[in-house]
Design a protein around this ligand. Structure first.
Ligand SMILES: Nc1ncnc2c1ncn2[C@@H]1O[C@H](COP(=O)(O)OP(=O)(O)OP(=O)(O)O)[C@@H](O)[C@H]1O
Ligand SMILES: [Mg+2]
Length: 235
């Protein structure tokens, strides 16, 4: 039976992860990607998860975002236990509550900038008032390029589009997987600052996965993931 302290934590946190295990493979050759992950992320917190390549960052974010399933464990989002194996429920949860900046950006080449950014709004069956949209696009520095096809954009501009797409539905949780991985350090710093400042201003919870320890300093808190285990805070 769950104890009272755990229950209170689940209700207090934006994300509460309990005893999460994830392996890839078929039993003959199995990779243990996550091992007994326990993690609390407070509402409005900017948390950096730092780890080397292959440490399990993407796997963890994909589980929180419902893009993959695990063998064991529980994840609570804003006090609600996620139905991790239920694709339909998780798709709805993503649409309503989670914004994702993917490691490989994953914009849609056939759509222009604005169409890409508005995709989550369309999927949700919603709309944004014009003035509000203009303010949003200007704030994220994608207003001028809104009619452009993606092929005309620089790497930094594409990343800004990916950030805007993740934020457009005002999700309570933002997951950013190496959001600067495709950029040089100057552009990377710039776009990350844009993302973090936005989340701070709007009180959104941000989980940022990165191999770059320097970025951890921009977060409120940092944990390190190593061989699929959360270890002591990175220094
Ligand atoms: N689809 C998959 N099939 C098999 N093994 C996988 C798969 N995805 C990840 N892994 C393995 O799980 C472990 C964690 O991988 P993961 O991609 O989560 O790490 P990461 O920290 O995001 O790495 P990177 O910094 O390179 O993006 C690694 O050993 C990786 O090889
Ligand atoms: Mg990764």
């Amino acid at each position: 039976m769950r104890n009272l302290a755990e229950k209170e934590n689940n209700e207090k946190s934006m994300v509460s992860i309990r005893h999460l295990y994830k392996s890839y493979g078929n039993g003959i050759s199995t990779t243990r990607a996550l091992y007994n992950i326990n993690l609390e992320v407070e509402r409005g917190e900017i948390l950096a998860i730092v780890g080397e390549s292959g440490s399990g960052k993407t796997t963890l974010l994909n589980l929180i975002g419902g893009l993959d399933v695990c063998e064991e464990g529980e994840i609570y989002l804003d006090g609600e236990l996620l139905d991790l194996g239920n694709d339909k429920a998780m798709a709805e949860c993503r649409r309503e509550s989670i914004g994702y900046v993917f490691e490989k950006i994953q914009l849609i080449p056939g759509l222009n900038v604005l169409e890409n950014i508005l995709l989550p709004v369309r999927l949700r069956g919603g709309a944004i008032e014009k003035k509000q949209l203009t303010t949003f696009l200007k704030r994220l520095e994608v207003f001028q390029m809104r009619r452009e096809p993606l092929r005309r954009l620089s790497a930094e501009e594409r990343q800004k589009v990916a950030v805007a797409r993740a934020l457009v539905n005002i999700p309570k949780l933002v997951l950013a997987d190496e959001p600067t991985g495709n950029l040089n350090s100057r552009s990377g710093d710039y776009v990350l600052d844009l993302l973090i400042q936005y989340c701070r201003d709007y009180g959104q919870t941000l989980i940022l996965a990165t191999h770059n320890r320097a970025y951890a300093r921009l977060a409120d808190r940092c944990v390190e993931i190593k061989d699929g285990r959360i270890s002591a805070p990175a220094s």
